[in-house]
Design a protein around this ligand. Structure first.
Ligand SMILES: [Zn+2]
Length: 472
């Protein structure tokens, strides 16, 4: 049997002024995906499954993914979608389409990319069965439910089961295609938005809710269960939490199980809270600078590029350079990092020289202003990471600042190593993240959230939503 595969993976923050364009995306056409599977683990899981099971031919179409950011440029999306359909047409008859999608990708002027793509597929190929693996922060729409045989989401946050989720959705496609089993999907929605920092799966109440989900999944007749949380930093009508259960043949069982999981989530609604201490920005930095253990990691949570913020908010570097200057004396402090292509270029031209540099506040003009710093660009790392960014280590009297030419998230220790920074020798590390990734968590003597204002404000009540939701 022939399985068409493809995917678009982006979490789009509608509060960000940025538009996500071609230079932000990694795009793999047709067979290119095979050499780049580690950059797209959800796709890798799908590919692994069909390669390990006899009788399947994989037909890869288009895969595109980018770091979360503002909404995706409509012209770019249109082009990628056209390529996807032209490769599918050229491929000839296929038996199913298995997609690696995010679920909360939004295109400027169009809205949900997943709804748009699946509706287009359904309209062009009405009898082609569609199966999708999704991020846990997927916003499940009515159109996504209507168009697909099965949806399966990640069960972990931080997400460490992307490959397994790809494998799982491929397994369901195999079950349906090879045995003719009719899959039935039940979904139950809750109209609330919750930040990822209150819904990590190692902490209560999510830990118990996921344990219950796995119990449901083990019941006879149930194929899979998912809890899709939606994406709080998008102002979208259909945003919210969805419990979703796939069964063999049994619609009533799917509906009942989905309602049970939804009701369990609702019953624990008031128990969700930040998994680490969270403070107003100045207090977070003060406490971190006064600790005697190290390193203390402070998340600049309102400006988290891994949830689509601009990564150039200057609130914390402004505090360190001004109000909290005295407390920085004798401390090793690294701020990772600020997205500022112009500052990176100026630094690269003045390596080793003392210069005045205007940093940040270029994209986030709503919540901050550029900051003028005096310092020395000490080191430059070219071609860093998947997105080939240029990184600069800029040393001021108060702190070391990492600048990036690309809008990327610093989710591991690689950027530090690339610039010759020993993270364990730092007293305080400011990261533009919400919850810490396992690798950063592993070096943190302590950690906290600084509740900065920005495109990923953790205090959801401060954001300008136009669609009303219950904000947790
Ligand atoms: Zn996610």
């Amino acid at each position: 049997m022939r399985i068409a595969i493809g995917g678009f993976f982006h979490e789009s923050n509608t509060f960000s002024p940025l538009v996500t364009g071609e230079e932000d995306f990694l795009i793999f056409r047709r067979g290119e995906i095979y050499a780049h599977q580690d950059a797209y683990l959800l796709a890798k899981g799908i590919i692994s499954y069909f390669q390990e099971h006899a009788g399947y031919e994989i037909v890869p179409l288009v895969f595109a993914r980018a770091v979360p950011n503002g909404e995706v440029d409509a012209e770019l999306y249109g082009r990628l979608k056209n390529e996807f359909f032209s490769y599918l047409r050229e491929a000839g008859p296929v038996d199913a389409c298995v997609l690696a999608l995010h679920g909360s990708m939004r295109v400027r002027g169009i809205g949900s990319a997943e709804s748009d793509l699946l509706l287009a597929l359904k309209s062009a190929y009405p009898s082609l069965p569609l199966f999708c693996g999704l991020d846990m922060h997927a916003t499940v729409t009515r159109d996504m439910l209507r168009c697909t045989e099965a949806l399966v989401g990640f069960k972990t946050a931080p997400h460490i089961d992307a490959w397994e989720t790809g494998w799982e959705i491929a397994r369901l496609a195999d079950l349906s295609l090879s045995t003719g089993t009719k899959l039935r999907m039940g979904a139950a929605r809750l109209d609330c938005l919750i930040a990822g920092e209150k819904s990590e799966t190692d902490y209560e109440p999510m830990r118990s809710l996921i344990a219950e989900l796995r119990e449901v999944e083990a019941r006879p007749g149930v194929c899979s269960a998912s809890l899709l949380l939606g994406f709080p930093w998008a102002d979208a009508e259909e945003n919210g939490v969805t419990a979703l259960v796939v069964t063999q043949y049994d619609q009533a069982l799917a509906d009942a199980c989905a309602r049970q999981l939804r009701d369990s989530f609702r019953a624990r609604r008031n128990e969700f809270s930040f998994s680490v201490p969270a403070y107003p920005p100045e207090q977070a930095l003060k406490l971190a600078l006064q600790e005697d253990c190290k390193p203390v990691l402070v998340s600049d949570s309102g400006d988290n590029p891994t949830a689509g913020a601009t990564a150039d908010n200057t609130a914390l570097i402004s505090l360190l350079a001004n109000e909290l200057r005295q407390l920085t004396r004798g401390k090793n402090i690294t701020v990772a990092g600020i997205y500022d292509p112009d500052a990176v270029r100026i630094c690269a031209e003045h390596r080793g020289q003392k210069i005045s540099l205007r940093v940040g506040g270029n994209f986030d003009t709503l919540y901050c202003q550029p900051v003028a710093l005096q310092g020395v660009p000490l080191r430059v790392a070219e071609n860093f990471g998947l997105y080939a960014a240029t990184l600069v280590l800029f040393r001021t009297e108060e702190f070391d600042l990492i600048l990036s030419s690309k809008h990327i998230g610093f989710t591991d220790l690689e950027p530090f190593h690339a610039l010759g920074i020993d993270p364990l020798a730092q007293d305080v590390i400011v990261v533009k993240l919400g919850y810490l990734t396992p690798e950063l968590q592993s070096i943190a003597a302590k950690s906290c959230l600084a509740l900065t204002c920005g495109c990923t404000d953790e205090v959801l009540q401060r954001l300008p939503y136009t669609y009303p939701h219950d904000l947790i």
